[in-house]
Write a protein that binds this ligand. Structure first.
Ligand code: SF4
Length: 510
């Protein structure tokens, strides 16, 4: 059987695309290899949102191309945003690439590999599916179409790789933030019918998934192309920022009662409308955490970024959400050193971080991206200044997170256990509904994976919490199955493709 390896760079969307590539390839008869050098097909799923990610990709391509000189049978595929952005140019920039594959063309991967196997020259396939959008799904069938709720119950995915899963609701982006290449690499917004989304979530839940994260570049601008959603409470037809996202959340909660937790990423602040706030207040399945990218705390910079909200509007919207759900955690994305950002602008960002009280933050130094409107602005903040601002931003963020985590010591929390913790520690790892990462000890011999357990927080680490399983949870937990040659007092060995630690992915979109 031919073997493949996939390396993923970038955001949640890319992690999700890679998961779907795994399924497409496994269904076509390929088996996974942990080592790219032992694989017949190597896929690099790329990110071009930041210059650094693109550079990393090109050096990886260079390394593999060198390896290929002595192993010419290996097929090298470059997929994702850099593939979409560069297309044919990649073939001239880097030797050794056999296939350049855009995000919308993943379903065609096995067929294109067959063509290459039959002697086709290097191929480029980067066509947006504007006419008939296809959405990659865990329930992906061989014909490429997702099941709808009217179909027979969907067959389970090829393999449920974790108790958490991503489900795509829309793709592309109609915003034109001046720094962002996503509208170019992912195309305009296209939405998936609500029935398909529900069917995929129901199938995942029946196969053992507990938590679903809805994915979209501006996930909360969702509109149902099949017009099947009733208007959500609080939704005003006259509000230009209103969407059908709240209605979608309500339908998921009503039709998939077995789902334990529902998250979404990445929303845009403009679409944090009253109807979405109402949905958060009403639906207990929604996690008490929202990642709401703000990018800057300075109105001057927000305007140059073409974010289409002011600082005051952002604060008012997240303030309304927190007023309804005071225990909700907020996190965000921030870019430092955007063209023209002064020390005063940056000070406004720091003050915003404190004012909102973000409990998590992805911070980035601005880098010019091809095809973006901001290329016309001088990249005038010196690199050293960008680094210094980023360090100061992280200092404030860590102070806020540290105080928050410290305040949880001694409390009881409910944790969805996602998998085994560090090897040799007999610990498990998971997240609270506010998204704090928790390492759970005191569970020797117990099988906690995929369960929601009550824990007592014993210590705050820099970015996570240490906890002990509560007595009640210990009494209710199942023992680990006895597996030959595996000591029963350690968490389960890693299943093929299972992540050993909780993933840290770079925020993107929104
Ligand atoms: S930052 Fe988000 S909202 Fe803005 S263009 Fe990029 S993907 Fe769209």
């Amino acid at each position: 059987m031919p073997r493949y390896a996939i390396t993923t760079f970038g955001c949640q969307m890319n992690v999700h695309d890679s998961e779907r590539m795994h399924e497409v390839l496994r269904r076509a008869g390929y088996t996974e290899s942990d080592d790219p050098r032992a694989a017949d097909v190597v896929v690099l799923n790329t990110c071009s949102v930041r210059e650094k990610a693109e550079q990393k990709l090109l050096s990886e391509v260079g390394r593999l191309a060198k390896w290929k000189q002595t192993h010419p049978e290996m097929v090298l595929v470059v997929a994702g945003c850099v593939a979409q952005q560069e297309g044919e140019k990649l073939l001239t920039r880097s030797s050794g690439i056999d296939l350049v594959l855009g995000p919308d063309n993943i379903p065609e991967l096995p067929r294109l590999l067959d063509d290459i196997g039959l002697g086709a020259p290097p191929l480029v396939r980067t066509v947006f599916d504007l006419e008939a959008p296809r959405f990659l799904t865990a329930l992906f069938d061989d014909g490429g179409s997702a099941p709808t709720s009217g179909d027979a119950p969907p067959s389970p995915p090829v393999a449920v790789r974790a108790p958490t899963a991503y489900v795509t609701t829309m793709k592309g982006c109609n915003e034109r933030c001046s720094f962002c290449i996503v509208p170019y690499t992912r195309g305009p917004e296209r939405y998936r019918p609500s029935a398909e989304i529900i069917a995929e979530i129901a199938g995942l839940v029946s196969a053992g998934v507990r938590e679903v994260t809805l994915l979209g570049q501006t996930v909360n601008s969702y509109r149902d192309p099949s017009s099947e959603l009733a208007r959500a409470p609080g939704a005003s037809p006259d509000d230009p920022d209103e969407s059908e996202f709240a209605a979608l959340l309500r339908r998921i909660a009503a039709e998939v009662p077995g789902l334990a937790r529902l998250r979404y990423t990445s929303p845009h602040p403009r679409h944090l409308t009253p109807s979405l706030i109402e949905a958060h207040a009403d639906l207990s399945v929604l996690a008490r955490h929202v990642h709401m990218p703000v990018q800057s705390g300075s109105d001057r910079v927000l305007k140059r970024m073409i974010r289409r909200y002011t600082r005051a509007e952002y604060v008012a919207r997240v303030g309304s959400l927190v007023a309804r759900l005071p225990d909700l955690s907020l996190s965000t994305d921030i870019i430092v050193g955007f063209p023209g950002e002064t020390e005063d602008d940056f000070a406004a960002t720091l003050s915003l971080v404190r004012e909102v009280g973000f409990r998590g933050l992805f911070g980035f130094k601005y880098s010019q991206r091809p095809y973006t409107p901001a290329r016309k602005l001088a990249d005038d903040v010196p690199e050293a200044e960008k680094s210094e601002r980023l360090a100061r931003l992280f200092e404030v963020s860590e102070e806020l997170l540290g105080a928050h985590l410290q305040g949880l010591v001694g409390s009881r929390q409910r944790v969805l256990v996602e998998g085994a913790g560090k090897e040799g520690t007999n610990a498990w790892s998971g997240r609270t509904e506010r998204n704090e990462i928790v390492h759970v000890a005191g569970a020797e011999g117990l099988d906690l994976r995929g369960t929601i357990v009550e824990v007592v927080i014993t210590r705050a680490n820099k970015h996570s919490l240490q906890a002990e399983l509560s007595e009640e949870a210990r009494a209710a937990a199942k023992p680990l199955p006895v597996v030959p040659a595996v000591p029963v007092d350690t968490p389960k060995p890693r299943a093929a493709g299972e992540r050993r630690s909780l993933p840290i992915v770079v925020a993107g979109g929104g």
